[in-house]
Design a protein around this ligand. Sequence first.
Ligand SMILES: *[C@@H]1O[C@H](CO)[C@@H](O)[C@H](O)[C@H]1NC(C)=O
Ligand SMILES: *[C@@H]1O[C@H](CO)[C@@H](O)[C@H](O)[C@H]1NC(C)=O
Ligand SMILES: *[C@@H]1O[C@H](CO)[C@@H](O)[C@H](O)[C@H]1NC(C)=O
Ligand SMILES: *[C@@H]1O[C@H](CO)[C@@H](O)[C@H](O)[C@H]1NC(C)=O
Length: 495
Amino acid sequence: MVGLRKPKALFFVVLLVIAISIANAAKDLKEKEDVGIPRNLHEVDHPEKKDAPVGSKIAEKVKGAAASVASAASNASAASAASAASAASAASAGIKGAVAPIGNKLGLKGAAPGGPSIDVKTCGAKGDGKTDDSAAFMDVWKKAIVATTPTTILVPKGDYLVDNLELEGPSKCAITFEMHGNLKAPSAVTTRKPHSGWVNFKKLENFVLNGNGAIFDGQGSVAWKVNDCKQTGKCNNLPINIRLTSLNNSKICGITSTNSKLFHMNIHQCSNVTLQDVHIDAPPESLNTDGIHIGKSIGVTIRGSKIKTGDDCISIGDGTENLLVEGVECGPGHGISIGSLGKYPNEQPVKGITVRKCIIKHTDNGVRIKTWPGSPPGLVSNALFEDITMDNVSLPVLIDQVYCPDGKCKQGPSKVKLENLNFKNIHGTSSTKIAVKLLCSPGCPCENVCLSNINLVSNSKEGAAVSACSNVKPVVTGKMIPAACTEECKPDKKK
Ligand SMILES: *[C@@H]1O[C@H](CO)[C@@H](O)[C@H](O)[C@H]1NC(C)=O
Ligand SMILES: *[C@@H]1O[C@H](CO)[C@@H](O)[C@H](O)[C@H]1NC(C)=O
Ligand SMILES: *[C@@H]1O[C@H](CO)[C@@H](O)[C@H](O)[C@H]1NC(C)=O
Ligand SMILES: *[C@@H]1O[C@H](CO)[C@@H](O)[C@H](O)[C@H]1NC(C)=O
């Protein structure tokens, strides 16, 4: 009897803990104003010249609609049909969460078998790359959000010139955005509200974007030439290519963002959002074009991305929890970064970050955590970087708690605490002598940092790879090449 009761009690305790943590997560998500990306200009990359390809095949037949409806009705999407149907009935009954978890396999095509699908061309979009199709897209969107059955928006083959799109919910039912054509921004550089986006998806639940390889072309090359952010440190009034704000249980697959005027993608205040096969392509000289920035979001997964850009491939901002980055190829760019953190007051902790099975090549940094000096208190806790291949990366493993790209920083140590960090199975080459640099803050030394099975060889003529540390005593297990912490970190050379 006792043997039965104990597990029962334990079960309820576990349930209670789960319920509380969900409630807290929801609360955290609601808090905070919509500040977007509290970041600024940082390093400019080495100016290799390279043009990013822009797909512009305009071979065009209005078969897309029929094909997509057929595929939605086909057996292949039987599972998603069922889940869409249950979403529909759940939505009408006011019940949430009846849809199969988005973490499921990529079966989420055509959310609306039997339901309406709306074709942007039948609503007046031309898709000729010249006509402004913004109005047609907004028209279709307005129809979709009030639809009472799950609805598919079809974007047939073509290049659609669209200005700022605010694709905002809430929608009555799940929406699927099925793309076979590309979107193109006007090349004109117009000043915008800081942190605004070019294509914005906002306040949606059970939203699916199937890109089928669609390109979001921000036409940014003009903006990179004329902006003066290098001098002023301000370039936030250029648009971010794609913004996902307040999305729940949603999935974005098969798109490429190219030549953004500012950051490529921003994921903000989202919960349970998966990005699959989302690629970023911008030349290295593009300024401040982070690939994907995540902030104030819980349960985001980024899988199977190829990211080439002029700045961080992926940057992880404050309030990010339970993030999984897997199978990402990064380079050129500035690696995968947590931070920068500690520039602003009241930043939320970053917790539960996993970056695994990634390849990072020809970048300035590999995996790094960066915090500003003289910062208010903050926290990074439980981060795992695992199974990472470095190919000629200038600083493969880096903790930098004196991050100060503009050279104008507050005095004093960073008070962002870094704890429970795990760097595991990291191998490949460094383009400089330094392979591992752990520069922790004297104000709050890093705690519980583990290095296991690291094998990094230097390509540099300066000699064998070394590892430098300050204010940290890492726990080393398995192979460790170069040996850990053979020297103190030297003051940073100014960029
Ligand atoms: C159709 O779907 C069912 C249920 O998922 C499956 O058992 C069956 O093999 C599928 N048929 C075809 C032709 O794919
Ligand atoms: C997303 O989930 C949060 C937390 O449950 C909720 O407050 C919010 O309304 C949801 N957003 C949408 C668009 O349904
Ligand atoms: C996100 O997924 C978790 C785990 O499946 C779930 O508990 C939570 O309610 C989801 N969040 C939202 C906003 O639906
Ligand atoms: C590594 O990168 C440096 C520049 O950062 C370059 O000069 C060198 O040729 C590269 N080496 C290899 C082996 O790719």
